[in-house]
Design a protein around this ligand. Structure first.
Ligand code: GAP
Length: 457
């Protein structure tokens, strides 16, 4: 993964911005933090929700061949026997005989401990599922696992969904939810943690059409990132070698992103064949199949699965959006988020804290909050307030000044160009909506006027 990435933002800058502006905090920080667990703060939770909503919109809402489910995290333990996770969901672990640190042997570059240079033990397989007990008795019969992937919730519900929706092949079942993996090594901020959120879609197809659908979903998923602002040259595909394929996979291609620490997996697209449905049919003793009306045969569909961690997407979008530019003697930090991802869409800034300006600004604020996530900021100079909003990616600011009291117009200032237009309050909501939907700011509403940053001196 390590590679020189001179044009990429430093991870420390992202971590520091997230900490400073309430995007992401270490978990249980007052107790010194809990390794590889993270809490999303007031702005972070909005970014995360926006990512999930954008995914759900593209994968479910705007399609007629995909529906959603929300399965429980705890599942019958037999699920993990059937899925192969009890047997095969493990990483090779080695331990340093000197300092006793543990490492994933497949990620080590030499054969010595990277921390102290000590000798390492032979690798042994370490199962990454978190184990707990269901009910008050802690014995073998009550062992359950925190799910390491959401996918199994879709497979065990295949018949339920088929029978209640009457979907015909090809169709998909999507889910967003928490997953847990007792990773041996974590790190790179939220890139690899032990508790994370997954977005997965199992697309069931007729055997023989799986390769075609695989290519389709690989393309769709790359376009999703590009449409939300990831540069094409920051994405790269990596085909898995046969020996590294997961136990269920016939083919896997990773969509890698150029993170600050180098190219690393953002999303995986896998061809799971009929592995999961066949395994569950055999372990549960229930028939799991699809009646093909064309051939009058029962078939077991193949599955193409795009799967991605929400936190990895959040990190990718943060890195992609982060920008710094000279600002007189200072530096302007801007998160150039796509409007759909920005945690706050509009900030309302009264020029002064004096009445009746405040009353007008608060009225505007109350009206806009019905449509979007909106901030109200009246502390310090307008220039500083603009910078604060830039740093967290707010696409548009609305400034209410003394002139507004006379002409009932306000100024909209755009984050990226810093250009401004003045619009009647009656046109404000429509103009903001058009701009947030990607329309050119300079298509002015009736009575509006343009101010370019350069002309203001
Ligand atoms: N159901 C298939 C599956 O789980 P995976 O490649 O193991 O496949 C899917 O995981 C995605 O989940 C990865 O591409 C990555 O985005 C994310 N992911 C995996 N492990 C993670 C971790 N420890 N922390 C954060 N995200 C992780």
């Amino acid at each position: 993964m390590a590679e020189n990435t001179p044009d990429r933002v430093d991870m420390e800058k992202i971590v520091s911005l997230c900490r400073r502006r309430g995007i992401i905090f270490p978990s249980s920080e007052i107790y010194g933090g809990l390794s590889s667990c993270w809490d999303y703060g007031p702005l972070g939770v909005e970014i995360k929700r926006n990512v999930k909503e954008a995914w759900w919109r593209a994968m479910v809402q705007e399609r007629d061949d995909v529906i959603g489910v929300d399965a429980s995290i705890l599942m019958h333990p037999r699920v993990w026997e059937a899925s192969g996770h009890l047997e095969g969901f493990s990483d090779p672990l080695v331990e340093c005989k000197g300092c006793h640190q543990r490492w994933r042997s497949d990620e080590l570059e030499g054969d010595r401990c990277p921390s102290c240079g000590g000798e390492l033990t032979e690798p042994r397989q370490f199962n990454m599922m978190f184990k707990t007990f269901m009910g008050p008795v802690e014995d073998d019969a009550s062992v359950v696992y925190l799910r390491p992937e959401t996918a199994q919730g879709m497979f065990v519900n295949f018949e339920n969904v088929l029978n209640t929706t009457r979907k015909r092949l090809p169709f998909g079942i999507a889910q967003i939810g928490k997953a847990f993996r007792n990773e041996i090594t974590t790190g790179n901020f939220i890139f690899r943690s032990r508790e994370f959120e997954l977005m997965e879609m199992e697309y069931f197809v007729k055997p023989g059409t799986d390769e075609e659908w695989f290519e389709y979903w690989l393309e769709e998923r790359q376009n999703w990132y590009i449409n939300l602002g990831i540069k094409k040259e920051h994405l790269r595909l990596r085909e898995h070698e046969t020996e590294e394929l997961s136990h269920y996979s016939r083919r896997t291609v990773d969509i890698n992103y150029l993170y600050p620490m180098g190219w690393a997996e953002l999303e995986g697209v896998a061809n799971r064949g009929d592995f999961d449905l066949s395994q569950h049919a055999s372990f549960s003793g229930k028939e799991i199949s699809y009646f093909d009306e064309g051939t009058s045969e029962h078939i077991v569909p193949y599955v193409v699965e795009p799967a991605v961690g929400v936190d990895r997407i959040v990190l990718a979008f943060l890195c992609e959006a982060y920008d710094e530019e000279p600002d007189k003697d200072d530096i302007r930090v801007v998160l150039r988020f796509h409007p759909d991802l920005a945690p706050v869409k509009v900030a309302v800034l009264p020029l002064s804290r004096r009445e009746p300006l405040v009353e007008m600004a608060k009225d505007i604020y109350a009206g806009l909050r019905k449509c979007w996530s909106v901030a109200y900021d009246d502390a310090q100079s307008v220039g500083r307030r603009y910078r604060r909003q830039d740093e967290t990616g707010t696409p548009l600011c609305v400034t209410v000044d003394f002139q507004s009291l006379e002409d009932n117009q306000v100024t909209i200032r755009e984050r990226d160009s810093m250009n401004q237009i003045r619009v009647p309050v009656s046109e404000l909501q429509n103009t903001l909506a058009a701009k947030l939907a990607g329309e050119d700011l300079f298509v002015l509403p009736p009575g509006g006027q343009v101010w370019l940053e350069a002309e203001k001196g």
